[in-house]
Design a protein around this ligand. Structure first.
Ligand code: GRG
Length: 313
């Protein structure tokens, strides 16, 4: 097991126990909705986004010669909130009205198990719980921490909303499932990049920025970490498209080949797999450069970017 594997394993364990604490349970809420939320949250996701939040907080703390462990603790609520929002987006994306998928994270999708109504509600509740958590935690009364908490809330809301993930999903829907009687919009490669920047890139950037902000990074450092995360996020999407062509459902935990079968424009369809790999490596080089310039060249963030382009699931 590599050093990074050990790091990822330790962070995932901490994230999962924090998610378990933060998610609502009966009698505070009905067992049906609690069960549906937990079904999707604890289905074995990679936890890329919350790990980025924690690693960005660590990088900011190390930069300021402060405690890495304390920074990670401060960043845990934002890490979990981002994972809740990501999970809600997957539950809703899998619905028949959207991507209509029956396999996710290696299990039948939420609506297949719980029915469409409860799947929609579980997604809605995950989003609401995420923002409640961001409003409450970290529980500190110093004015500086209250300001950071509000800043994180604004960054995550922007990334999740109409200018971010929801907007990207709307562009995807317009292209792939237009309203009855209307032709789908056709995406060129620039539009494809813009759509992904919103749909998956925005939340990945917000995940990293949130960690840096809560750990007290100044605007310059947050900006460098944001540049890094934008490149890492694009690399993540390009690799996701490659895995849709080359991956196996056992490793991926979802149905491979769906995008290709649906005739969707993807990086691998447009550029071919070999060129797509080169593009992902070019993103990695730019992500590493952004870190180096900020004095974070040897941080965990760099290892995570390398893992993003070499992953097989
Ligand atoms: C429903 C508002 C709304 C948005 C949905 C993210 C998203 C927007 C849809 C997912 C569609 C998709 C498969 C996009 C490709 C990239 C991606 C987000 C993959 C899933 O993320 P991973 O690989 O998943 O990090 P795990 O399960 O590991 O957390």
């Amino acid at each position: 097991m590599t050093d990074l594997d050990e790091y990822l394993r330790a962070r995932r364990t901490e994230i999962e126990s924090a998610l378990d604490r933060y998610l609502p349970s009966p009698p505070a809420c009905p067992p049906s909705v609690a069960g549906a939320m937990r079904y999707s949250v604890f289905a074995g996701g990679k936890r890329l986004r919350p790990v980025l939040t924690l690693a960005a907080a660590e990088a900011a703390a190390r930069h300021a010669e402060q405690s890495v462990d304390a920074a990670r603790r401060l960043a845990m609520p934002a890490a979990c909130a981002v994972e809740m929002i990501h999970t809600y987006s997957l539950v809703h994306d899998d619905l028949p009205a959207m991507d209509d998928d029956s396999l996710r994270r290696g299990r039948p999708t939420s609506h297949v198990v719980h029915g469409e109504g409860l799947a929609i509600l579980a997604g809605d509740a995950l989003q609401a719980e995420a923002f409640g958590l961001l409003a409450r935690e970290p529980d500190a009364s110093e004015p500086a921490m209250i300001v950071r908490r509000l800043q994180v809330l604004g960054v995550v809301a922007g990334a999740a909303g109409a200018a971010g993930m929801v907007g990207g999903q709307a562009l995807d829907l317009e292209a792939s499932r237009p309203p009855p009687g209307r032709a789908g919009t056709s995406l060129d490669v620039a539009a494809l990049e813009g759509m992904h920047a919103r749909k998956t890139g925005a939340l990945i950037r917000a995940a990293a920025a949130a960690g840096a902000i809560v750990a007290g990074a100044d605007d310059d450092l947050v900006g460098s970490i944001d540049t890094y995360a934008a490149e890492a996020g694009l690399a993540f999407q390009i690799v996701d498209d490659i895995l849709d062509v080359e991956g196996h459902s056992d490793a991926l935990g979802k149905t491979p080949g769906k995008d290709e079968a649906a005739g969707k424009l993807t990086y691998s369809a447009f550029y071919g797999v070999a060129r797509s790999r080169e593009l992902a490596h070019a993103c990695l080089a730019r992500a590493e450069e952004a870190l180096r310039r900020a004095g974070l060249g040897d941080s965990r963030l760099a290892d995570i970017a390398r893992w993003i382009v070499t992953r097989d699931r």
